[in-house]
Design a protein around this ligand. Sequence first.
Ligand SMILES: Nc1ncnc2c1ncn2[C@@H]1O[C@H](COP(=O)(O)OP(=O)(O)O)[C@@H](O)[C@H]1O
Ligand SMILES: [Mg+2]
Length: 155
Amino acid sequence: MKDIKKILVGIDFSTQSKPTFLYASSLAGKTGAKMIVLSVINQRDIDAASVYSRLVGKTAISVENFTKQEIERRKTGVDRVLKEIGLADIERKTVIKVGHPYEEILKAIKELDVDLVVMGTRGETTHDKYSILTGSVAERVFKHSPVPVLSFRGE
Ligand SMILES: Nc1ncnc2c1ncn2[C@@H]1O[C@H](COP(=O)(O)OP(=O)(O)O)[C@@H](O)[C@H]1O
Ligand SMILES: [Mg+2]
């Protein structure tokens, strides 16, 4: 088996995020792997900001500023969530991308030479924990990832 040197954790700030972080960080600790935290800002949200900006005019935030603010907000969000679960000092690299979440996750797996992906089975939209369906991002990554994907169900 190939050594696990880099673990990519997909974070969407849903309730799955904390247990997923705890699991991934414990796995990183046990394998000696580096943890890379990836959060993708959905292009859909940028498009919505752009439409809003056009409708409201000058007073609205520009798409560039919205994107910059959202990148910072997510970086701070990762630090905050890790702090809340007692992992403030864990070694990690935080990467924020903009695009379609599953595409960006698949691209990052290749670009960052990741050995294993850890993600939740669900995110912010699949609420029924007994649902036979996984979230749409999770499903696409499971189907297309060139490296093993560990899905964390949480509670
Ligand atoms: N924008 C995102 N950036 C990074 N990881 C994500 C993103 N969206 C989802 N994920 C990962 O995929 C998991 C499943 O989420 P998803 O498939 O989007 O389910 P849902 O359809 O319920 O929102 C999440 O727990 C998270 O690990
Ligand atoms: Mg989702």
